[in-house]
Design a protein around this ligand. Structure first.
Ligand code: HEC
Length: 146
């Protein structure tokens, strides 16, 4: 049981932060929210790992440990360039981060709206929020399938 709890802690991640708790009896993953954790705004990779990988997968393929618990499958982020006519859609990704994706502009458990969360991390300093968004956007560009 203790071991099980540790395992669940291992995939604990930030969103509004969500955590995946493996239910011992049901064996079904369950998402739990927890407060967003501080990270360095300078590292797109660290932020991606902390905030995005649980759903989108360590390499962005949409296969993170929390993915099976979501209603909607997380987007395969490595295909963004391919699905956008060969050009990495940097401004779309930035917009999704700041304002949420598509009609779910107010966010959902499935894909959180990051702008307000990032604002809360940096005491509403817009330049830091901007830096976070652009470093994550740039990091995701490095994950694009060739
Ligand atoms: C709780 C799970 C979860 C987390 C955490 C998460 N996402 Fe998502 N994301 C999703 C799901 C599900 C979708 C597809 C449904 C949708 O677009 O709302 C998605 C869609 C996206 C899209 C595509 C939007 C579009 O319009 O095609 C991008 C880009 C994206 N996420 C980036 C990120 C980044 C960057 C992070 C980390 C800062 C992140 N996501 C964290 C679940 C998550």
């Amino acid at each position: 049981m203790f071991k099980h709890t540790m395992l669940a802690m291992g995939v604990l991640f930030a969103a509004t932060s969500l955590c995946l708790a493996q239910q011992a009896t049901l064996g079904k993953p369950e998402i739990k929210k927890e407060p967003i954790k501080q990270t360095s705004a300078a590292s797109g990779k660290d932020m991606y790992t902390q905030y995005c990988a649980a759903c989108h997968g360590a390499e962005g393929k949409g296969d993170g440990p929390a993915a099976p618990a979501l209603k909607t499958a997380p987007t395969d982020l490595t295909q963004l360039t391919k699905t956008h006519g060969g050009k990495y859609p940097a401004s779309m990704v930035a917009g999704t981060l700041k304002f949420g994706s598509g009609p779910r502009a107010h966010g959902s458990v499935d894909m959180p709206v990051w702008g307000p969360l990032f604002q809360s991390l940096d005491k509403y300093h817009d330049s830091v929020v901007q830096q976070r968004v652009s470093n994550i956007v740039n990091y995701i560009e490095t994950l694009q399938a060739k």
